[in-house]
Design a protein around this ligand. Structure first.
Ligand SMILES: Cc1cc2nc3c(=O)[nH]c(=O)nc-3n(C[C@H](O)[C@H](O)[C@H](O)COP(=O)(O)OP(=O)(O)OC[C@H]3O[C@@H](n4cnc5c(N)ncnc54)[C@H](O)[C@@H]3O)c2cc1C
Length: 336
């Protein structure tokens, strides 16, 4: 443990914009805080093809060093290729803490990496901090469907955690920060690859990505069917937002399962979150409670969602939404 030093962030690029992903920027800010507390350095590592830009951006966001494992064969995530890179780097630089955003890729990669490094990992943390002596990392994560918080302390090293991504984490770009980019030698012996990509399914994206939207308009079982969701789509569109849903509308096929917000769906933290016909179960709240402003529309005045809402409208959404949308259109037109 004593020989371990520094914090390492395993970063990802935004595959659409080819830039540092928002989630990684958030984790860089967490890493910076820990590194400053330890008076040690912060590094990031990027694996893939064309990852120089995000690596350089990570330096501008606060990293002291960015490692680059760049190769054409790394463009597609394959644990058999990614793991040796990370294992070797971790063994060489011996970080005290290794962090990553809690994305689908990292959920797959981090437990494998922890096994190889003979340590443990705590996934989906909402907070990480050093203990009083700075010797151990305390990792907080929601458990029992978000009904309780557990704090974990790991005795092996490095301490590894994936961090739940939400906008509150976003690091402001520190444009003056200086650092170095170090290119890693990549041995890409494809003989070891056990995974083969057989098919690609493109996620249709109309408008803004749900996880990144400033406004999310979500509907629940109370919407009653696909037709009702058209109102929500319209509201999302005029506010340049994204459509979301609780689990039942996804399970019932009213909307794509990619719209699900919550414990087993996506985590969002927009400026404004509309919860329409949603009761406010713990599993749904887990995915959106960090929204800056929550507006709930529900015909049941005792619905749990109202306990968390900043603005609540008691009523049938079919009566509430159409005039609301018309007013909104008018206001937006006047603003233009
Ligand atoms: C392991 C596990 C994981 C889960 N993961 C998730 C998850 O990720 N996300 C998630 O959302 N759920 C999840 N769930 C399901 C969760 O427990 C709830 O069942 C679900 O969130 C309820 O969805 P709802 O609020 O849309 O439906 P309901 O609880 O049925 O609420 C519907 C609401 O609509 C209101 N309503 C009805 N008609 C109208 C109307 N015309 N106008 C206005 N309001 C109306 C009602 O008053 C009611 O409050 C999970 C459950 C489990 C066990």
């Amino acid at each position: 443990m004593s020989e371990c030093k520094g914090v390492l962030v395993v970063g990802e690029k935004d595959t659409v914009r080819e830039t540092l992903s928002k989630a990684t920027r958030g984790v860089v800010s967490v890493g910076r805080r820990l590194a400053d507390g330890l008076s040690e350095h912060l590094s990031a590592v990027f694996i893939g093809d064309n990852v120089k830009d995000p690596a350089e951006q990570s330096i501008r966001c606060g990293c002291d060093r960015a490692y680059l494992a760049e190769h054409g064969s790394l463009c597609e995530y394959d644990p058999d290729l990614y793991l040796p890179v990370l294992q070797k780097l971790s063994e060489d630089i011996k970080p005290r803490v290794v962090l990553a955003p809690h994305t689908a890729l990292m959920q797959d990669l981090f437990p494998r990496l922890a096994y190889r490094l003979k340590t443990c990992v705590v996934t989906d943390c909402i907070h990480v901090e050093l203990d009083d002596r700075g010797a151990a990392l305390l990792m907080t994560k929601p458990i029992y469907g978000g009904n309780a918080l557990a704090v974990y302390r790991c005795s092996s090293s490095p301490h590894m955690a994936t961090i739940r991504t939400h906008t509150g984490l976003s690091a402001a770009p520190a444009v003056d920060n200086q650092g170095e980019v170090v290119r890693l030698d990549v041995d890409t012996d494809l003989h070891f690859c056990r995974m083969k990509v057989t098919n690609r399914i493109r996620e249709e994206l109309n408008g803004v990505k749900l996880e990144e939207a400033e406004v999310v308009v979500s509907g629940g079982r109370g919407i009653g069917g696909t037709d009702g969701f058209e109102h929500l789509r319209e509201l999302a569109m005029i506010l340049n937002g994204a459509l979301g849903a609780s689990r039942p509308p996804c399970d019932l096929g009213w909307v794509s399962s990619l719209a699900q917000v919550g414990l087993t769906g996506k985590m969002v933290a927009p400026n404004v979150y509309f919860a329409v016909g949603i009761s406010g179960s713990m599993q749904h709240l887990t995915g959106m409670y960090e929204s800056r402003c929550i507006v709930a529309i529900n015909k049941d005045a005792t619905a749990n969602i109202f306990k968390f809402a900043d603005y609540g409208i008691v009523g049938d959404y079919r009566a509430v939404l159409p005039p609301f949308i018309e007013n909104m259109k008018e206001l937006l037109e006047r603003k233009v």
